[in-house]
Write a protein that binds this ligand. Structure first.
Ligand code: NAD
Length: 487
């Protein structure tokens, strides 16, 4: 059976006015599990960015003038193309991204949800009739597109983190220039371009320019770009935010997390430890929503630790394309070395390894650390690896204080036998998202997603929020007849 990418000549190219040669050269797309070269992608530079944004600005006006139903039809078609070709997308997520097949399927399901929600946007009401301050004048507030939206996305959930901005931005009448991370340029970029191309998106509206910091910074700087939707690290988010401030762009920052999973003394520990393992180890812990701090009441801490460590020891790690594994490889050596540094420094400061703590190549064993305190690196830093640091606290008040003891504020989760205690805690946790009797990794395309503090200025994605994010208000008044003024 031919696949979507078989129908076009995409290797070594970028997608900008069709599949074109990039000025930045060509880069191998490699498989982290084996080091094999999977394909070649084009690398964009600042000139490619400038050409793309200029063309996007041209194409946008016509797209915005199309009817809502006709824009919706293109997004619906993209969802249908994805559903028909999901095996191809999942294979790239597994091989290029190091995802286990279940994570890849989960990601494609999330993307379908994003596309369905985005397709519903253009046919929703898009403004208000305002009271008139004078007879004979009609007054309207309406939502209009921003223009060209620059999307910068990371490698860890490459497809969803590109599409969750690309799809609503297009649906609401914007053009998009997407710069995916080079490590997942195909799954977060080439495939997104091909999806919308196959869905019949008119020319010039979507440009996909894989590249590193250079083209990313050029996009943030570009005068044709009205908004940057950035997902990535807090350090780079600060830079992108500063550039957007200086160049007067709207900016959406979805940044890092260091998320608490609180286990109260009335929790079912079999379930809580399972939630803890899922929250800590899914996709090798390389998720902004990973449960990075397990905060457990002291009366149940030993049993929680014991159960979590046993679960960690039972999870096979290896090549997700060829083996039946629960965890695949980390994305690169730099990431692995950083994970291991944090583990070693934390153990050096007095924590104890209950499971894992070692690696082979890019395969890091799921790791459980006991005796972690709030001053240790595994508590303070976002690890972005399969490591569950467990902190023991006396009571609920201390659990809340410890959970809030971070500059991040993305997600928190609570395990408790009492829904009332959970509700009360949810009110006291300083995060953009809280889940009671769940773990930290959740995404619904229709729910506002995002964090506070160093996790960004988010809570912006998700259907209703997409209107706030990707459009701006315009106040328009109409008089049947003009009239004279005192001057
Ligand atoms: P990163 O910030 O290094 O890279 C993210 C993107 O920014 C990439 O496309 C990269 O090429 C680009 N980039 C790098 N330097 C740039 C610059 N100076 N100007 C413009 N663009 C630049 O992030 P990463 O380490 O690849 O991704 C992991 C981080 O992303 C983690 O901190 C994780 O928590 C965060 N993340 C957040 C969310 C969320 O929704 N809040 C989701 C996924 C990942």
């Amino acid at each position: 059976m031919t696949e979507l990418l078989d129908d076009v000549s995409w290797q070594g190219k970028i997608y900008s006015n069709g599949w074109t040669t990039a000025h930045g050269g060509v880069l191998d797309s490699t498989e982290p599990a084996t080091g094999a070269v999977l394909a070649q992608v084009g690398l964009a530079d600042a000139d490619d960015v400038a050409a793309a944004t200029a063309r996007a600005a041209q194409a946008q006006a016509e797209w915005a003038a199309q009817t809502g139903p006709s824009r919706a039809a293109v997004i619906r078609k993209a969802a249908a193309v994805l559903a028909d070709n999901r095996a191809e997308f999942e294979r790239w997520l597994v091989r290029e991204g190091g995802a286990v097949p279940g994570k890849a399927a989960f990601e494609v399901d999330l993307v379908l949800g994003e596309l369905w929600e985005a397709a519903a946007l253009p046919t929703q009401p898009w403004g208000h009739l305002l009271p008139s301050s004078e007879p004979g004048r009609e007054s309207v507030a309406r939502r209009v597109p921003l223009g060209v939206v620059g999307v910068i996305s990371p490698w860890n959930f490459p497809l969803i983190l590109s599409v969750r901005a690309v799809a609503p931005a297009l649906a609401l009448g914007n053009a998009v220039v997407l710069k995916p991370d080079v490590q997942t340029a195909v799954s977060g970029g080439t495939l997104v371009a091909r999806l919308f191309e196959a869905a019949g998106l008119p020319d010039g509206l979507l440009h996909v320019l894989p590249g590193d910091a250079g083209p990313g910074a050029a996009l943030a700087e570009d005068p044709n770009v009205a908004m940057i939707a950035f997902t990535g690290s807090t350090a780079v988010g600060r830079e992108v935010g500063a550039t957007a401030g200086r160049t007067l762009k709207r900016v959406s920052l979805e940044l890092g997390g260091n998320n608490a999973l609180i286990v109260l003394d009335d929790a079912d520990l079999e379930i809580a430890s399972s939630a803890g393992a899922w929250g800590a180890f899914l996709h090798q812990g390389q998720v902004c929503m990973t449960a990075g701090r397990h905060i457990v009441l002291e009366s149940v801490a030993d049993e929680y630790l014991d159960r979590l460590a046993k679960r960690a020891q039972g999870l096979p790690v290896g090549d997700p394309f060829t083996g039946q594994v629960a965890l695949g490889p980390l994305i690169n050596e730099r990431q692995r070395d950083n994970v291991h540094r944090i583990v070693e420094e934390t153990v050096g400061a007095g924590a104890e390894v209950m499971a894992g703590g070692s690696y082979d190549g890019l395969f890091y064993q799921p790791t459980v650390l006991a005796g972690v305190t709030t001053s240790m690196p595994a508590f303070r830093e976002e690890i972005f690896g399969p490591v569950a640091p467990v902190v023991v606290v006396r009571d609920e008040a201390e659990a809340v204080a410890v959970a809030n003891n971070t500059e991040y504020g993305l997600v928190a989760a609570v395990q408790t036998g009492s829904p009332e205690r959970g509700r009360d805690l949810a009110r006291r946790l300083r995060t953009g998202i809280v889940h009671i009797n769940d773990q930290t990794l959740n995404n619904d395309a229709y729910a506002p997603f995002g964090g506070t503090g160093a996790s960004g200025n988010g809570s912006r994605f998700g259907s209703q929020s997409s209107w706030d994010e990707f459009t701006q208000w315009q106040w328009v008044t109409f008089r049947d007849q003009a009239h004279a003024f005192p001057f």
